[in-house]
Design a protein around this ligand. Structure first.
Ligand code: FAD
Length: 169
């Protein structure tokens, strides 16, 4: 390694978590795995999704070849149908968890109440549907620990942050 020379500058690329953002099938081609954006946006896991999409792709290619079908659009339809709703829910969950308005509250609640920590873990691991975060019972449980004192604290923090931002401008 002492005499090793870099071939070029070191580059970094983010994980593709943007499913379903692009076409994944066309004439005589399909895309599987991370190249389709199939990486869990909450946990960063994508091995299981890469295997699942590959198995699905192989099955559909096999069927299409039997009928001399070239376009493989049924793979895209099936993949979007299978993972589209799950990714919509996971993206919504991630956006809620990292939004500046909620992040302190979420961390506090995860520490104090088993409910949120357990739910996020179960959703991220696929044991609970991501859409369950839109269920009135989930929303109720999420906001239940809020006390007027906590709201006042959050408002004060946002107000101070806004004031600091305007003075630095
Ligand atoms: C640091 C890190 C940790 C991770 N940890 C986990 C984890 O714990 N659990 C989990 O489930 N997921 C994890 N993931 C995500 C997981 O690695 C990917 O989602 C998964 O490997 C995607 O599989 P894939 O086959 O779609 O793509 P890849 O595994 O990326 O395979 C694509 C292959 O194609 C090759 N290739 C690219 N371009 C060309 C070309 N032009 N010609 C020929 N070959 C080419 C690449 O060299 C690569 O070998 C992690 C990812 C990272 C970066």
């Amino acid at each position: 390694m002492r005499f090793a020379q870099p071939e070029g500058p070191i580059k970094g690329y983010p994980l593709r978590i943007d499913f379903p953002s692009e076409r994944v099938a066309g004439d005589n081609w399909i895309v599987v795995g991370e190249a389709t954006g199939l990486v869990n946006p909450v946990t960063g896991e994508g091995i299981d999704l890469a295997i699942e999409s590959s198995l699905l792709g192989a099955e559909i290619l096999h069927d299409d070849m039997q009928f001399h079908t070239r376009h493989h659009i049924s793979y895209q339809r099936e993949l979007f149908h299978r993972f589209g709703p799950m990714f919509a829910g996971l993206n919504a969950l991630r956006n809620i968890l990292v939004t500046p308005l909620f992040v302190d509250y979420v961390l506090w609640e995860v520490n104090q109440y088993e409910f949120l920590a357990r739910s996020v873990l179960r959703i991220a691991q696929g044991f609970m549907s991501p859409q369950s975060i839109f269920h009135p019972l989930f929303i109720l449980q999420f906001f239940l620990p809020i006390s007027p004192r906590l709201i006042a604290q959050q408002i004060r923090r946002i107000y101070t942050f806004a004031q600091k931002s305007t003075t630095t401008l």
